[in-house]
Design a binder for this molecule. Structure first.
Ligand code: CS2
Length: 471
């Protein structure tokens, strides 16, 4: 197997999704030029786990019709990006590399969500621009592309696999923003090279992959007879829809079940605003009610019913479905997937990084329903539950890249009347028109009060469930 892909962000998702598709494609097509060089970003844990195992790791499927344990072999090399940033650039610039894939999560892009451009004020971006060996993913990609342009290493495709609308177009913009911010003698030739030599197809990725627990590793050891420190757990479902715009060839991912489509934008919007939006909603309702997992949260009748109403009455009517997707069936399947008790996907994990997710998953639905002259009561419940989570979680425990900024925005006294207006003023999430929308504010205030007084009881006459059922 030859290395052909550099993957930035070698977390559990990449191993259970992208690496599996790539191995299946290589096996089906007999084309072994697409081995993956995996790069860990912020922590070197996965690189340390995989290196002594020659990149091999186990995928454990959980749920109905789960397959047997599977050892995946598409990762040919691993690099700790934090410790070896120059090596990352070198691998991106290597002539053998024809694709760079990314799963770096929303926050890894370091962009301004309102303008969808690179946050040039971000200190890490500034340090990368100043010329150090780059630590940020965008910096690593640009330096790698720059070297390719200087050495004639040939064209390359950069494939974002994160839950962001228009993720390909966005990545292309951020790369050009970074390149454009370099000193003119560097930026001009690079900006001239990019259009003919780099493409940025968009993709929609889907597979629920919780964090691996020590218990999972013990279970694998028991079944496999080997200790695998890098095993990952996943649901059986997986999906990948990709725009077919590759500059220098690609694996036959379609032989592994991926779908090439010219309608990725609608696939991504549907996935974000149906699956991810309801995932976030269940996470924050679940956190308020002390539910540890998504399957516990969706098992509460009231939470499931609030989620269904958000999906069917608000999210579905405000999106354009891609051809061939049955919206109601998709929503039913999403709720069924959430109910998988064997997955152990925690509300804390799905609820993390809310500042990066709320704006993409819920606010477009809220705008769409207001534009249609209705009140988005259920999507607003999800936003109110997020506000409650942010305002009631001690700063040290809030898992969000904007924790400090959120806490600086929050008032000392925290109830509906103080928290809702304060967080509505948080510009990285709420644009001014929405922040000043009286109907939106009223919905948030009403729900916040209800969560505050009844939130921890999902059912019963005094519970949030009762309010939801009469909502
Ligand atoms: C989840 C996603 O953590 C989250 O925010 O909503 O990671 C979700 O599990 C995946 O997008 C499913 O494809």
């Amino acid at each position: 197997m030859q290395p052909g892909i550099v993957h930035l962000g070698l977390g559990a998702f990449a191993r259970a999704h992208t690496a599996v598709y790539t191995e299946d494609a290589m096996l089906a097509a007999g084309d072994f030029e697409w081995g993956i060089v995996g790069v860990t970003q912020r922590s070197d844990t996965v690189a340390r786990q995989l290196a002594p195992q020659d990149g091999l790791f186990t995928v454990v499927e959980r749920g109905e019709a789960a397959g047997p344990l599977r050892v995946v072999s598409s990762i040919v090399d691993v690099i700790s990006g934090r410790d070896n940033p120059d090596l990352v650039v070198e691998r991106i610039a290597a002539p053998a590399t024809r694709i760079v894939t990314l799963t770096i999560t929303e926050k890894g892009y370091r962009f301004d969500p309102q303008t969808r451009t690179l946050d040039l004020k971000d200190p890490e971006i500034q340090a990368d621009l100043a010329g150090r060996a780059p630590h940020t993913a965008i910096g690593q990609i640009v330096r790698g592309l720059q070297q390719r342009s200087l050495t004639g290493a040939g064209p390359v495709t950069v494939v974002s696999c994160d839950n962001l609308p228009g993720n390909g177009e966005l990545t292309g913009t951020l790369v050009r923003n970074f390149a454009g911010a370099l000193p003119a003698p560097e930026s001009e030739p690079l900006l001239a090279w990019l259009p003919g030599n780099a493409t940025f197809p968009s993709t929609m990725v889907d597979r629920m992959v919780p964090a691996t627990t020590p218990g999972d590793l013990d279970g694998v050891e028991h079944e496999l007879g080997l200790r695998d420190e890098a095993a990952v757990v996943a649901e059986t479902f997986k999906q990948w829809v990709i725009e077919d715009n590759f500059a220098a060839g690609r694996p036959r991912w379609e032989d592994a079940g991926a779908v090439f489509s010219s309608d990725v934008a609608n696939w991504e919007a549907a996935k974000l605003r149906l699956l991810n939006a309801s995932h976030s909603m269940l996470a924050y309702l679940g956190l308020a009610a002390g539910k540890e997992t998504i399957s516990d949260a969706v098992a509460a009748d009231s939470f499931r019913s609030a989620c269904r109403r958000m999906l069917l009455q608000e999210a579905l009517p405000s999106i354009t479905l891609p051809a061939g997707l049955d919206g109601e069936q998709y929503c039913d399947e999403v709720l069924r997937r959430f109910a998988n008790p064997a997955l152990g996907h925690t509300t804390a994990k799905v609820g993390s990084d809310g500042s990066q997710k709320i704006g993409l998953r819920l606010l477009p639905t809220i705008r769409g329903i207001f534009d249609a002259g209705r009140a988005p009561a259920w999507a607003a419940l999800a936003v109110a539950a997020w506000m409650h989570h942010v305002a009631t979680t001690p700063e040290a425990d809030l898992d969000d890249p904007l924790t400090a900024e959120l806490n600086a925005t929050l008032p000392a006294r925290r109830d509906a009347d103080t928290v809702v207006p304060a967080l509505l003023g948080f510009r990285p999430i709420f644009e001014q028109d929405l922040a000043e929308h009286g109907g939106f504010r009223k919905l948030l205030l009403d729900w916040y009060r209800i969560i505050e007084t009844n939130g921890t009881i999902d059912n019963g006459p005094d519970g949030l469930g009762n309010e939801i059922n009469h909502g």
